[in-house]
Write a protein that binds this ligand. Structure first.
Ligand code: ARG
Length: 678
């Protein structure tokens, strides 16, 4: 308490002094202004006017500063709310997050009157470890307000205001005001050593959000294609990242299970398998079944009529028609499920059919509220945004609903019933405009309040090695199960080429080939910027060099084997930490690796901005390369000429352990299964 008072008294004194200084400065400025204006000798009129405007500006700023200081002094501080910034930075924050908080607070303290000063902090391995590059833009901003403070001086004032934090060892102002930050080894070592005991923790987030992620979403009775595969892979990984951050995530498979094509399918099912209600019909190939139905539909007017009648019955949920629809959906579902199981995907199916009754209600309401317009027998809705020139089709001319209708009902359901804070859709970029119109229409109708974030995560098309649309040799769409099969056999070939089949047990080999196959397919997808097209190439993704899943899997397996070969168990590592052993970061390569590992929380946060999961892949690769450099240069275990272990470097084995823990966590986020042997 006494200490608090002392601090408070000091702060008040300081503030008072500053107020005095500022008042003095104002007085001076006023005098100068008076002389300039009244005297005027030797000055050009234009110069005088400019000078005068600048001074007025400066005066206003200083006055506001005095007011700010006074009220801060009254509250007992220098404009800071109680508790220092350092205390307010949440545990588990990464260095970038910490530095942003420190510099942001320092800049506000140093320049309290600058609205929205630019806070620029970046990694800078060449000069110090991080760099704050705000001085130059702030100096420019001040200049535009008539205040001239050169960038190095701005830098100096910022540095003077940076609160203490154990991360920061040293701050230097260099050149035109760059602030170089050197970070503290002991701090890094402590943070990393703690990972051995407590495991890796997610970076802190402001608040827990309810997030609906709509991904995969193939269409019943149609082929699930590589586009759906991309959506599935990106969606799964995004959900894992969000769940890791402790958000409440609802993973939704918005399958296309509704619409007029079901009339045709049901009519054909009734004809081909009249006993479908009692005996599950042996439809092996739903695509072929679909084609047959389509042929009948196009050729036979009677059949067509029946098909239309079936749609009406289905939409009224007539039991036998509903049963037929279920039978058909089940066939597709079983196929999709095979893929999800192989790839370890969790999804809750909630297809378009789910919204039938909600669509009916919503359409009535939209109509009554005057949102719908007639257009050649259709009912359409225009977006609020006038730059959008395509409307949604809410009711077709035959009275049926569309993809647009179900998506409007879907937004409403996710906001009202799911209480979503954030709705995310993952589809190919071709649907970007659909989601743009949807968002605007939903807002116009008041279905999407401004506090709910709406994001379409698009992605580029998948190309074959010939850089054309990915197809089979005969030009058909590639069946995903076949593609996964090929992946597994190609992975097996690669493992065999290395003679691994002679070393691993049959079980280990099976695990390795699946993990390699599915891991490499996922990784190849995730490691590319999602907006770009990407070329699907087994040859490339199965390479054991460069930024591939195979390279990373080998690395993790190797790192994990180091302590094992040295005969050190994880209990022993724990015990060592408890007895005070800390990760050593003295060697240049240890320090380099340590600083990379420390960035884990920042990378996770960054990967969510713009949903750029490739940053997680790049990071995993950066860790693997930094580890290799460390391992090539630093003994973890020393052996004599006979191969006997002479010395075990515990503080380095701890660094290996943390590297493995972080890499394994990254793998988990990417949906890749690590292997103990491969
Ligand atoms: N079934 C759609 C397709 O295959 C994707 C659905 C995406 N989700 C949504 N709510 N529209 O393209």
């Amino acid at each position: 308490m006494e200490k608090d008072l002392e601090v408070f008294a000091k702060r008040a004194l300081f503030a008072e002094e500053e107020i005095k200084n500022l008042t003095e400065e104002i007085k001076n400025l006023k005098n100068i202004r008076n002389i300039n204006v009244s005297g005027g000798h030797g000055f050009e009129l234009n110069d005088l006017v400019t000078e005068n405007t600048k001074l007025k500006h400066r005066l206003a700023i200083l006055k506001r500063a005095v007011e700010g200081r006074m009220s801060a002094a009254r509250q007992g501080g220098r404009g800071d709310t109680p508790g220092s910034v350092s205390e307010k930075i949440a545990n588990g924050s990464g260095p970038l997050q910490i530095l942003l908080a420190l510099f942001s607070s320092a800049i506000t303290k140093a320049f309290p009157d600058l609205p929205d000063p630019p806070i620029v902090v970046a990694l800078s391995p060449k000069f110090g470890d991080y760099q704050c590059n705000s001085a130059l833009p702030i100096s420019k901003l001040l200049k535009s307000q008539g205040i001239s403070i050169p960038p190095p001086e701005v830098g100096k004032r910022i540095v003077e205001n940076v609160s203490e934090h154990p991360l920061v060892m040293k701050l230097d102002v260099a050149g035109p005001g760059f602030i170089n930050v050197s970070i503290d080894k002991n701090y890094v070592s402590k943070i990393l050593t703690n990972v051995v005991l407590e495991g890796i923790k997610p970076p802190p987030v402001e608040r827990k959000l309810r997030i609906v992620v709509d991904f995969s979403s193939p269409n019943i009775a149609k082929e699930m294609h590589v586009g759906h595969l991309r959506s599935t892979i990106i969606g799964e990984s995004l959900c894992r990242v969000l769940e890791f951050l402790n958000h409440d995530v609802l993973r939704i498979n918005h399958v296309g299970d509704w619409g007029t094509q079901f009339g045709m399918l049901i009519a054909h099912l009734q004809e081909r398998f009249p006993d479908f209600a009692e005996n599950v019909p042996p439809i092996g190939d739903l695509q072929a079944f679909y084609k047959e139905a389509k042929v009948r539909f196009d050729a036979d007017a009677e059949f067509k009529k029946r098909a239309y009648a079936c749609v009406v019955q289905l939409q009224n949920f007539e039991p036998t028609h509903k049963r037929a629809w279920e039978v058909i959906c089940d066939v597709s579902r079983r196929e999709f499920q095979k893929i999800y199981k192989r790839l370890g995907i969790t999804l809750q199916e909630r297809g378009e059919s789910f919204y039938q009754s909600r669509m009916e209600k919503l359409v009535k309401w939209l109509d009554a509220e005057g949102y719908l317009e007639e257009d050649e027998g259709r009912k359409i809705m225009w977006a609020a945004d006038k730059s959008i020139t395509v409307p949604l089709t809410i009711v077709k001319s035959d009275g049926g609903f569309t993809y647009d209708t179900s998506d409007m009902a879907c937004v409403q359901q996710r906001v009202n019933e799911e209480k979503a804070d954030w709705i995310i859709y993952i589809t190919d970029s071709g649907q970007a405009s659909h989601f743009q119109i949807l968002e605007s229409c939903a807002k116009r109708a008041g279905l999407l309040p401004s506090h709910v974030k709406f994001t379409h995560v698009g992605f580029g098309v998948v190309l074959g090695e010939d850089r054309k649309k990915f197809k089979t040799r005969s030009g058909d769409t590639i069946r995903l199960n076949d593609l996964l099969d090929e992946g597994v056999s190609r992975a097996l070939e690669t493992l065999k080429a290395k003679g691994r089949h002679e070393v691993l047990t049959p079980d280990e080999l099976k695990q390795a080939m699946e993990s390699v196959a599915y891991g490499c397919i996922k990784y190849a997808d995730l490691s590319h910027n999602r907006n770009a097209e990407y070329v699907f190439s087994f040859d490339r993704m199965l390479e054991d060099r460069g930024n591939t899943a195979v390279y990373l899997l080998y690395n993790l397996t190797r790192i994990r084997s180091i302590a094992r070969t040295a005969g050190v168990s994880s209990e022993q590592l724990h015990a060592a930490v408890k007895n005070g052993t800390q990760i050593s970061l003295d060697h240049e390569k240890e320090w380099k690796l340590g600083k990379v590992l420390l960035r884990f929380p920042d990378v996770i946060i960054e990967s969510l901005k713009d949903v750029s999961l490739h940053k997680i892949c790049d990071f995993a690769y950066e860790i693997a390369t930094a580890f290799s450099e460390f391992y090539d240069n630093c003994y973890c275990v020393e052996k004599d000429s006979s191969g006997e272990i002479k010395k075990v470097y515990m503080e380095r084995l701890l660094l290996c352990e943390v590297t493995a823990t972080i890499m394994a966590q990254l793998f988990a986020l990417l949906g890749i299964d690590p292997l103990s042997r491969m």
